[in-house]
Design a protein around this ligand. Structure first.
Ligand code: 13P
Length: 253
C-alpha cells in the first residue's frame, strides 16, 4: 500500500506586513517539533524570499506561492511568473483558490495553463477545488468538483499528475467558521480519489495527497485528519498564529 504524504499548508492570503511575516515564520520554524508531516508555508509574494531563507534546512518545511501567471514572461503588469518563483526556490504553488476564481475571474481553462507553467518550472501545484453553498444545497457538488478536476488537471500525463496535490475547499466553509463535517470531507475526498482512479488508475489515486480546507482549526483538525481519505489541511485564518498552526500540524493521530 502506497504511503501518501501528510501535509499541512498555511495559506496566509493577503495578511502580514513584512516585519509581522518575519516574526511568524521565525516562531513557526523555531518551534516546529520533528515531524513526518510536510509543513508548507504560502505567504504573500513579498515574504517568499525571507520565508524561504528561514525554512531552508529545516526538515520537512517547504515554500509555496499563492498564485502565479501562466506566461513565461512579458507585458503583464503586476504579475509574477512561475519562472520567477522557481528562481527563488519556491517549491509549491497554490492554483485555483476559490478567492482567485471569484475575485479574479480565473476559469478552469486559465487554471490548466497555470498548472502547466508550475510543472514546467519544476514546482508542484496545490490545486484547489470545491463548491459554493448553492451547489451543496442543490446536491450537485460531486459533478462540479469532478468538472473542476477534469478541466484543469486531466490533460496531464500520468507522470506529471504525480506532482499534483489536491485541496478540497468547500467555499461555504472558507473563513466562515462553518467547517465541513468529518463525514462530508471524507465523502468528497473519497469521491475525488475515485475520479482520479478512473483517469489515472488506482495506484495514482492512492498516492495523491488530498487536503481539506475551510475553517480548519486546532479543535477540529484531529477529527478531520483522522478520516481515511483526508491527508491533511490547507489552513487560512489559523495559519496566522504560530500556536494554532503548530497545533494543527501536530493533529495527526
Ligand atoms: P480558512 O481556514 O480561513 O477558512 O481558509 C481556508 C482557505 O481558504 C485556505 O486556503
Amino acid at each position: 500500500m502506497i504511503q501518501r504524504q501528510r501535509i499541512v499548508a498555511g495559506n496566509w492570503k493577503m495578511n502580514k506586513s513584512y516585519v509581522e511575516g518575519r516574526e511568524l515564520v521565525k516562531e513557526i520554524s523555531d518551534r516546529l517539533q520533528p515531524t513526518d508531516t510536510m509543513v508548507i508555508l504560502a505567504p504573500p509574494f513579498i515574504h517568499l524570499n525571507n520565508v524561504g531563507n528561514n525554512i531552508r534546512g529545516v526538515a520537512n518545511m517547504f515554500l509555496a506561492a499563492q498564485n502565479c501567471h501562466w506566461a513565461e514572461s512579458g507585458a503583464y503588469t503586476g504579475e509574477i511568473s512561475a519562472r520567477m518563483l522557481e528562481s527563488i526556490e519556491v517549491q509549491y504553488v497554490i492554483i485555483g483558490h476559490s478567492e482567485r476564481r471569484e475575485y479574479f475571474l480565473e476559469t478552469d481553462e486559465i487554471l490548466a495553463k497555470k498548472i502547466d507553467a508550475v510543472l514546467a518550472h519544476n514546482m508542484r501545484p496545490i490545486f484547489c477545488c470545491g463548491e459554493k453553498l448553492e451547489v451543496r444545497e442543490a446536491g450537485t457538488q460531486e459533478q462540479l468538483v469532478e468538472e473542476q478536476l477534469r478541466k484543469a488537471l486531466f490533460h496531464l500525463s500520468p507522470e506529471a499528475f504525480q506532482k499534483v496535490v489536491i485541496a478540497y475547499e468547500p467555499v461555504w466553509a472558507i473563513g466562515t467558521g462553518k467547517t465541513a463535517s468529518p463525514q462530508q470531507a471524507q465523502d468528497m475526498h473519497a469521491f475525488i480519489r475515485s475520479v482520479i482512479a478512473g483517469q489515472y488508475g488506482d495506484e495514482a489515486a492512492q498516492a495523491t495527497s488530498i487536503l481539506y480546507g475551510g475553517s480548519c482549526n486546532p479543535s477540529n483538525a484531529r477529527e478531520l485528519f483522522g478520516q481515511a481519505d483526508v491527508d491533511g489541511g490547507l489552513i487560512g485564518g489559523a495559519s496566522l498564529k504560530a500556536d494554532d498552526f503548530l497545533a494543527i500540524v501536530n493533529s495527526f493521530s
